[in-house]
Design a protein around this ligand. Sequence first.
Ligand code: HPA
Length: 291
Amino acid sequence: MTAQASATASADDVASAQAQHKKNVEISKGLILSRLGSLKPKIAIILGSGLGGLGDKVQSAVKIPYKDLPGFPIPTIIGHSGELIAGKLNGVDVIALKGRKHFYETNDPYPLKTMIRTMKAVGVETLFVSNAAGSLRADIGVSQLMLITDHINYMAVNPLIGANDDDFGPRFPPMTDAWDPALRAKLKDAAKKTGVKLHEGVYIAFRGPTFETPAEIRMAITMGAQAVGMSSVPDCIIARHCGLKVVGCSLITNMGAGLSDEKLSHAHTLEMAARGAADFEKLVAEFVRLI
Ligand code: HPA
């Protein structure tokens, strides 16, 4: 194949992947709307590692497994189940997204794009993003929550790389105030009302799947981050691109590598997430009432 032919073939591949993606969003939108009944959720909540318990607090729940929604991510990681739960949280219509796909699982941004763009298509206006993260500061302790004020994309990848699909959003979306200032203020109000301790800081995302080295953690601290993880930044970028407002928090499950003697593992992450999950659930239940 000549270089020119191969360039043409790959342009065709891109166009057909985009067309399939759009079809997936349309079909998933139709399926979800047909199941929502009178629910009109304006907020969708992505539940990070070990935080899926919030899904069980959603009342009158309509549950749709991701496998029934074309293009949605099928998680491969323990602690991420892969289910959309729509219903009432504290009397407010919500969609809880139990599970997602990380870049380290496939390197393919489409499953995450399909999930988030479908939220926009069904009428959601705000995406609440949560994750389990490592702390980079001694005063942000394990099992505590940190409001994300901004992020550093250290994943060496951006989910919007490639031909832009103008139907979803612009080529060069700004990332100033990507984590919505007004919603951040409301999340702080919710923390005050519920008495939940809420730190704030910058989240830095590495692509994983390895935990960081102590040298990388020292670098992340120098770069100005307060928490480290392997997710949420692509979620925020895709959501802002298609015009969703974004707010969120990290549940600290460990100190960053080298900052304490604890051994890092996914099992440890899930165990520590379980300890902070009650605060997370209280905080989010109050927050959805305030917006
Ligand atoms: N690093 C990256 N991801 C994480 C961590 C961490 O220390 N803790 C939970 N997820």
